[in-house]
Design a protein. Structure first.
Length: 322
């Protein structure tokens, strides 16, 4: 079964087993967590949201958990053995209907930690789970996450000016939205942390959903974020390529030519928008890799090269040592 079919099957399933508490969504109960909000997150309507986990893997040593039921958005902290002061906010995808926690979260933390980068995996709220202003709920969490990391940078051992974001698929849309809409007010400030800048130093978008209005948009992600009846204005306002401006940080874009779920035209459109705005941008389109490949491709597939290219990009823009 392809990644696209597996994701569609999970979203259609109704028999996922509910697991108690937050710990089930982490690698172990001892994980270091940072709560994003001091109380109920913005837009809470009292809906009962139940944490659910579905492990797609048949190998217990290599979990592949998909998470839904995010009532308490958090950052899961993964620390390197030898930190270099850089940090990365990692944003898993899942079509805004679930979070691919291992493939696009913990697996990313492993290779980033190996390069000295402190990782913060974002477990963000899903827009269709009973929140008001659903179209802004994920961005509320992403902005707040970046501000919380900056506000606590000294305690966390990271440099305030060396915090990037790395997102995948719909998580790439969210990371791109953070990069282009970091200063847009999408929630009312709740404490001193909200005085911090939410702009990432760099943004890496891997097989990202970009446009919510163009013919090549991923309909599922669009409808999960905005609802099925969103207006053209709403779709355009949340299309990343239309929000690029002089304040957009350097972007690194990755796609596979054989992606059967989110067309490479998404990355191409964003690359063109960055070039038009004269902003730093790198685009890599590989012949093979499909969709949802994370960092688990065999070296015989060309898209397996992307992490090394991203590390070079991060060094070029001062996030990590060259």
């Amino acid at each position: 079964m392809s990644d696209m079919d597996r994701r569609a099957a999970l979203l259609a399933a109704t028999g996922l087993a509910a697991l108690p508490g937050l710990a089930a969504a982490q690698t172990n109960a001892a994980d270091e967590l940072i709560d994003l909000w001091p109380g109920t997150p913005p837009g809470g309507k009292g809906a009962r949201i139940v944490r659910k986990i579905a492990d797609q893997s048949k190998d217990p040593t290599t979990p592949d958990r998909w998470v839904t039921g995010i009532d308490r958005p958090v950052l899961v902290v993964r620390r390197p053995a030898r930190p270099n002061g850089a940090a990365m906010l990692v944003v898993p995808g899942g079509g805004y209907g679930f979070l691919s926690y291992d493939n696009e979260g913990t697996s990313q933390a492993d290779w980033l930690n190996a390069r000295g980068i402190t990782v913060f995996i974002l477990l963000y709220r899903l827009p269709g789970e009973g929140w008001a202003q659903r179209e802004d709920v994920p961005l509320q969490d992403a902005q707040r996450a970046m501000r919380m990391i900056r506000a606590n940078a000294v305690q966390l051992g990271v440099a305030q000016d060396r915090i990037g974001v790395l997102g995948f698929s719909a998580g790439g849309h969210l990371a791109g939205s953070l990069a282009t809409r970091h200063s847009e007010r999408v929630y009312d400030p709740v404490d001193a942390a909200d005085r911090q800048d939410a702009r990432p130093a760099i943004a890496g978008l891997v097989y990202p959903v970009v446009s919510l209005d163009a013919p090549f948009t991923h309909d599922g992600s669009r409808d999960m974020l905005l609802g099925p009846d969103a207006s053209t204005d709403m779709r355009r306002a949340r299309s990343v390529e239309l929000r690029v401006d002089a304040g957009t940080p350097p972007l690194f874009l990755v796609h596979a030519g054989d992606d059967g779920l989110v067309p490479p035209a998404n990355s191409i459109a964003l690359f063109q928008a960055m070039e038009a705005a004269q902003r730093p941008v790198a685009l890599h389109i590989f012949e093979d890799g499909g969709h949802g490949f994370g960092v688990r491709l065999p070296r015989t597939m060309q898209a397996a090269a992307w992490p090394d290219l991203f590390a070079t990009f991060a060094a070029r823009h001062g996030l990590i040592p060259a």
